[in-house]
Write a new protein. Structure first.
Lengths: 183, 181
C-alpha cells in the first residue's frame, strides 16, 4: 500500500517526514537501519547478525510491500536519515480478516520525540478506514516497558501472554505479550 | 525435511502410509485441505480459499521437502491424502526452540489415531532439531481436538481473545497450546 507523504513536527523543533519506502532509494539504508535497531535493544526478534538480507532482496521485498493490498510500511525520515519505521498488515483469510497486526521500530537516537505516537496515529487511521477490521494487535517482549507504555497510551491493552516464547543467549526465557486495541 | 515412510493399520483394517509429502502429492493434498476446510469450521482456511493451482502447490511442496526447518507429513490411503501435519521452526536464535505445527484429518478417518501418529512423528523431528517445545493453535470450541492434544501432553498456555470471526459474525477465541519437550 502506498502512503502519501506527510510532515510532522517533532518535540525538539525538527521536522519528520512519514512516507512510503522507495524500493530503489531506500533498500540499502533500510538494511543498515534493521541492523542498527537490532543492535540498539534486545527487544527485537532478530539479533544483528541475523539481518542477512541483501540490498537486492530488500528492494524486492519493499516493492512487494508497496504493491500489496494487505501491507503498509511507513518510513520516518529526519534530515535524510531513516529514524524509524512501522508496518501494518491486514490479514488475508476470511476468518481472521477482522484483525490487523502492527509492528514499529525506532533508532535509539530518535526516541522520545513523538515519532512513535505519530506513526501509531497513522496506522490507527488506516485500520479505521478498513470496514472489516475490528481489532489491531501487536506483540512485545517481556521487559520492554518503554514500548509497552507507548502501546498503552495508544489504546492497546495486554490480552495474552505467550510463555517462553523468546530464548535468550544465556538460555533464560522471556514471554511475548499480546496486546489488542479495538478499532 | 524428510522422514522415512511408516505403515499404519487402522482399527478397521484399512492401511495408511504416513510419510513426507512429495511434489507429486500436490493435487491430492489440495483436495484434502479443501475437504477438511469444508467438513468443519475449525480450520482458519475457508474451502473457497484453497488454491486450485496444483503445479504451484507442487513447487511449494518441493520447497518444504528441501527446507531443513519445515516438515509436511501426509497420511495416504488409496492414493488420497486423508490427513496432514505442517510444522516448522523459524531459524532465528531467539525463537528456534519453538516447533510450530498445525494438522487436520478428514472426518472419515477420525478416531483412528492418525493425528496421534503424526504428532508423535513431529515430536521426534522437533526433538532432533533441538526444539524445547511444540506449539499449536486451536479454536476454543474444537473440544475434540483439544482433548486429543491434552492427551498428547499439550497444555493451554494462552487465550487469544476473538482471534477468529466466522462469516455469520460469531467471534471465537483461539487457544495456544504448548507441549514441553
Amino acid at each position: 500500500m502506498y502512503f502519501a507523504p506527510k510532515s510532522i513536527p517533532l518535540k525538539d523543533g525538527s521536522t519528520a517526514i512519514l512516507r512510503s519506502p522507495d524500493p530503489v532509494q531506500d533498500a540499502a539504508d533500510l538494511v543498515q537501519y534493521l541492523h542498527d535497531t537490532a543492535a540498539d535493544t534486545p527487544f527485537v526478534l532478530r539479533t544483528p547478525d541475523e539481518i542477512t538480507m541483501t540490498v537486492e532482496g530488500e528492494e524486492r521485498f519493499l516493492e512487494a510491500v508497496v504493491d500489496s493490498e494487505s501491507d503498509c510500511m511507513i518510513l520516518c525520515e529526519v534530515d535524510g536519515c531513516i529514524a524509524g519505521n512501522c508496518h501494518l498488515s491486514f490479514m488475508g483469510k476470511k476468518k481472521v480478516r477482522h484483525r490487523c497486526e502492527v509492528a514499529i521500530a525506532l533508532r535509539k537516537a530518535y526516541w522520545g520525540l513523538g515519532i512513535g505516537t505519530a506513526m501509531f496515529a497513522e496506522m490507527i487511521r488506516l485500520a479505521e478506514a478498513r470496514e472489516d477490521v475490528m481489532v489491531m494487535e501487536l506483540e512485545f517482549i517481556e521487559g520492554n516497558a518503554r514500548a509497552r507504555g507507548l502501546y498503552e497510551k495508544m489504546g492497546f491493552r495486554i490480552t495474552g501472554m505467550h510463555p517462553d516464547a523468546i530464548r535468550q543467549e544465556d538460555g533464560t526465557m522471556l514471554a511475548l505479550y499480546l496486546m489488542q486495541r479495538p478499532v | 525435511m524428510q522422514i522415512s515412510p511408516m505403515k499404519l493399520r487402522l482399527q478397521d483394517g484399512r492401511r495408511v502410509i504416513l510419510r513426507s509429502a512429495e511434489p507429486e502429492d500436490a493435487a491430492a493434498d489440495l483436495r484434502c485441505m479443501q475437504q477438511a476446510a469444508a467438513e468443519t469450521e475449525f480450520l482458519l482456511l475457508s474451502p473457497e480459499e484453497v488454491s486450485g493451482d496444483a503445479p504451484r502447490h507442487a513447487a511449494a511442496l518441493e520447497d518444504v521437502r528441501d527446507d531443513p526447518y519445515a516438515l509436511l507429513l501426509v497420511c495416504v490411503a488409496d492414493g488420497e491424502v486423508v490427513g496432514r501435519l505442517h510444522g516448522f521452526i523459524k531459524p532465528r536464535r531467539k525463537v528456534c526452540h519453538r516447533f510450530r505445527l498445525g494438522l487436520c484429518v478428514l472426518r472419515a478417518y477420525w478416531g483412528q489415531r492418525l493425528a496421534t501418529a503424526m504428532l508423535h512423528t513431529a515430536e521426534r523431528v522437533a526433538r532432533e532439531m533441538g526444539c524445547l517445545q511444540m506449539e499449536l493453535e486451536v479454536m476454543a470450541h474444537n473440544t475434540r481436538a483439544i482433548r486429543l492434544y491434552e492427551r498428547e501432553g499439550c497444555r493451554i498456555a494462552m487465550v487469544h481473545p476473538g482471534a477468529v470471526r466466522f462469516p455469520d459474525g460469531r467471534v471465537m477465541d483461539e487457544y495456544l497450546m504448548i507441549k514441553r519437550l
